[in-house]
Design a protein around this ligand. Structure first.
Ligand code: ADP
Length: 399
């Protein structure tokens, strides 16, 4: 089956065309600045060169139609016609409590996703626009929704409730949901394979460390806790997001700096985390490691705080599962920063963990980086959310 995987943001659209039998990527790309000046399509067919084309895209429908044109182009396309696309798989951000698994999209599902818009006001409407555009341009082609939140729906009540009046959960479903579920699911399954253990009988911690970052605890094949909450702001310190803070800081800052709630939320989402803590030096961990290596205090404090917070979550989740078999690193920082992995693991001696420096240098492959005699295995597993979405979509279409 040929599956078009779509990840629609408010002004962008990422896509991959994946053959579900061979799991090969036939083509991939990105539409940027949708609805703005200077919008552009970046398209790379497998084995071919990356092409960048400036093209006006007034909306997501236009973007999807340009993607289809690129995929079916006589010279650089990979399909002879649109009818070769068997299904579309959409990455959807927030399924609230309504979706504990992926689903084929129909009118009822669209209504249910729309009802979750309040929970993800920036993401869900964009996701829905993407679905709508595909339905109009590819009528009759089955479409599936794969939710970032679904994998975490197995969390027990004690993990998902906040210590605030219960009526707010009852009225507004204010609770912890978690995100990056597709990645946590993909990586933890692969970790069980690498451990040679049954997924239903393993305790795994996944550290998804990208621009956004979250940790999750997967016990016997089910997510039992994860660090993001009602929104992706909770948990680890991230590229530009604060992660956990004392909520009273909001009021304190509002008075001291004469800021509105919206302004403070923007600071916590866009100007905090590594970016804010480094004195706005950078949100990219490469720059901060470089600064730290040069002895600059802004780099040193940021990297130290970042790694310490990851290590604290690993400790908490080891307690939550009463043990751990494997700790996995994934996403931009998790996959590419041996320094971060090493510094986090320095806190984990109590788990009998030691890191093999040579293994830790490897890149771009699934690898165990702990020494052979480590009691708990530490792994690097490059995440592949698009492949996971293609697999889920193919399974749903097959029925
Ligand atoms: P997103 O959450 O946007 O999907 P990614 O998973 O692509 O993010 O992660 C992006 C981040 O990964 C960058 O901001 C950068 O901090 C980090 N990163 C990428 N490559 C490296 C590297 N070689 N060394 C350290 N960090 C890296």
């Amino acid at each position: 089956m040929k599956i078009l995987v779509i990840n629609c943001g408010s002004s962008s659209l990422k896509f991959q065309l994946i053959d579900s039998e061979t799991e090969a990527v036939a083509a991939k790309g990105l539409c940027e600045r949708i609805g703005m000046e200077g919008s552009k399509l970046i398209y790379t067919p497998a084995g071919g060169e990356k092409q960048e084309t400036e093209a006006p895209m007034e909306d997501h429908k236009k973007a999807v139609s340009l993607v289809i044109d690129a995929l079916t182009d006589k010279e650089t396309g990979v399909l002879s016609s649109l009818s070769e696309i068997d299904a579309v798989g959409h990455r959807l951000v927030h399924g609230g409590e309504k979706f504990a698994s992926s689903t084929l999209i129909n009118e009822e599902v669209i209504t249910a996703i729309t009802e979750c818009n309040d929970l993800a006001p920036l993401h869900n409407p964009a996701n829905l626009i993407g679905i709508n555009a595909c339905q109009e341009l590819m009528p009759g082609v089955p479409q599936a929704g794969v939710f970032d939140t679904a994998f975490h729906q197995t969390m027990p009540e004690k993990a998902y409730l906040y210590g605030i009046p219960y009526e707010y959960y009852e009225k507004y479903r204010i609770r912890r949901y978690g995100f990056h579920g597709t990645s946590h699911s993909y990586v933890s399954k692969r970790a069980a394979e690498m451990l040679g253990k049954d997924y239903g009988d393993a305790k795994i911690i996944v550290c998804h460390l990208g621009n956004g970052a979250s940790v999750s605890a997967i016990k016997n094949g089910k997510c039992v806790d994860t660090s993001m909450g009602l929104t992706p702001l909770e948990g680890l310190m991230m590229g530009t997001r604060s992660g956990d803070i004392d909520p009273a800081i909001v009021e304190f800052l509002a008075h001291k700096e004469d800021l509105s709630i919206d302004e403070i939320m923007s600071i916590l989402n866009k100007k905090s985390g590594m970016y804010g803590l480094s004195g706005y030096l950078s949100s990219d961990s490469r720059d901060l490691h470089a600064a730290s290596d040069e002895g600059k205090p802004e780099g040193i404090r940021t990297i130290k705080t970042y790694c310490y917070r990851v290590a604290k979550y690993i400790g908490a989740y080891t307690a939550a599962m009463n043990g751990v078999d494997a700790i996995c690193f994934t996403a931009g920082i998790g996959e590419n920063s041996p320094e971060t992995r090493e510094e986090v693991c320095e806190y984990l001696g109590y788990l009998g963990i030691a890191i093999d420096a040579e293994q830790n240098k490897k890149r771009g492959e699934d690898v165990v980086i702990s020494t052979a005699d480590s009691r708990v295995k530490v792994m690097v597993i490059p995440t592949n959310e698009e492949l996971a979405i293609a697999r889920e979509t193919a399974a749903l279409v097959r029925g």
